[in-house]
Ligand binder design. Structure first.
Ligand SMILES: *Cc1c(COP(=O)(O)O)cnc(C)c1O
Length: 446
């Protein structure tokens, strides 16, 4: 399969080049040349298949031409070594719990898949070491670092702003050792991102080291996120069959399909879902939930895309002022605002509304939401039409935001053993200046 750049100023490239380069030379995002529909036979029996079986069918449609079947199967099965259960919250609202992976956030799926695919390409080509640079404000660094931990031929440098990530988050990428190096930058998240960008632009550095990025612009990180939309649908079908039996009512519910609501920041997660729909997944429509960084919501309303600096909210992984995957959404719908608005609606919430939702759902349904999932829950519950059922993506475990969640609920919440294990590790990081010259010199000598 070939990949083209959304800016269309560059020739199409192979999957391998798209994964190793991350961003196209013309600064566009890579898109697969063809999006293959999956056969009706697959959808008819999807509820009898396991998560790994479903994911492999989807992975085969994306990557089957470029990766041998047994290798791809192993990558998929290895990546998805944890469940993504669909949990009923109310009669018509279900939560897709994406927080059962190693770092308790949905980014584990893409991070783990990308690490394994890149590892395969490196082994196949006998390539020299590839160095992954990742700037993080919290969740991305931990998912990427844990995904790549111990993968031969790859070294990961996580750049994070000193004193600006929570202790739990910091421990998740500073305690690993092996092929993971944490760089504690004396600056902000934007400074970290600027260092990474400058590194990719620096010719001398790129001659010395093979560098790549592991954020959601990379096709190997974003496309695998489609897997769990298919699995969510499979579980939803199972639940609907259990509720309605085999009759006309079931047929009516199934033919309509669920509404899917995604708490969105850089829009990588929802874009993977949109790809799923293109492949025939019977989702009736999507809702993109924003916090106060409502650039996409405003675009839906006005047809005009106006990026602006992000503002800090309690759903901080969605604090994005210029969503990088918006270029992919535009491309997917031929730059038609009408086509986009017909399939995706939007919502935006303040911190107070997010907190209210968390309290209310905890009290009325005994379901613990994290601030990101709370945006999704609220947008879905306000957006459902009579007779519709819906799924929202619960993108991280509430314990990752322990202080915020406890402050809002006025109760203490328990920390899962997986997180406690990270807390017991010893922090190891290298102090780094926010000046590029110092960062470059460090990389030139590693
Ligand atoms: C990254 C993240 C998001 C936003 O996902 P995008 O793909 O950037 O839209 C939402 N919630 C959590 C918890 C995240 O870590």
């Amino acid at each position: 399969m070939k990949y083209y750049s959304t800016n269309k100023q560059e020739n199409n490239v192979s999957l391998e080049d798209a994964v190793v380069k991350g961003l196209a030379t013309d600064k566009g995002l890579y898109m697969p040349d063809v999006i293959k529909a999956l056969p009706q036979e697959f959808y008819d029996r999807i509820d009898t298949l396991s998560f790994q079986e479903i994911a492999y069918r989807v992975a085969d449609a994306f990557f089957g031409e470029d990766v041998p079947a047994d290798t791809l199967k192993q990558i998929v099965y290895d990546t998805l070594s944890f469940d993504v259960p669909l949990v009923k919250v109310t009669d018509n609202i279900f939560s897709l719990e994406l927080f059962h992976g190693p770092t308790l956030a949905f980014k584990d799926v893409g991070g783990r898949f990308m690490a394994r695919l890149l590892g395969y390409f490196i082994r196949k080509e006998g390539k020299r070491q590839v160095n992954v640079l990742v700037a993080t404000s919290g969740d991305t660094g931990s998912a990427v670092a844990n995904g790549f931990l111990g993968v031969e031929g790859i070294h990961v440098y996580v750049l994070y702003p000193k004193g600006k990530v929570s202790e739990i988050q910091e421990k998740q990428f500073t305690t690993l050792g092996q092929n993971i190096t944490a760089l504690e930058v004396d600056g902000t998240f934007d400074d970290c991102q600027a260092l990474v960008k400058s590194a990719f632009m620096d010719r001398e550095l790129n001659e010395h080291l093979q560098l790549t990025s592991a954020n959601s612009i990379n096709v190997a990180r974003f496309l695998p996120q489609a897997f769990y939309y298919f699995y969510a649908y499979a579980q939803w079908v199972k639940q609907m069959k259990a509720r309605f039996g085999e009759g006309e009512q079931l047929a009516a519910v199934l033919s309509r399909g669920p509404v899917v609501c995604v708490p969105s920041g850089n829009f990588g997660n929802i874009t993977a879902g949109l790809f799923g729909k293109r492949m025939g997944l019977p989702v009736s429509r999507f809702i993109a939930a924003n916090n106060r960084n409502d650039i996409f919501y405003q675009y839906l309303r006005t047809g005009i895309y106006t990026p602006r600096p992000s503002i800090a909210t309690i759903a901080n992984a969605m604090d994005v002022g210029d969503p990088s995957n918006f270029a992919r959404v535009l491309d997917l719908y031929g730059h038609s605002h009408a086509a986009i608005a017909a399939e995706i609606s939007g919502a935006t919430y303040t911190d107070e509304q997010i907190a209210d939702t968390m309290r209310c759902v905890w009290k009325e349904h005994q379901y613990l939401l994290d601030p990101h999932g709370a945006c999704g829950y609220r947008a879905l519950s306000e957006g459902l039409q009579p007779g519709e059922t819906g799924i929202f993506l619960e993108t991280a475990h509430p314990a990752k935001f322990k202080d915020t969640v406890e402050g809002i609920l006025g109760e203490s919440i328990s920390i899962p053993e997986k997180l406690q294990a990270f807390m017991r590790g010893e922090k190891q990081s290298i102090p780094m200046s926010k000046e590029f010259a110092a960062f470059k010199q460090y990389l030139m000598t590693v």
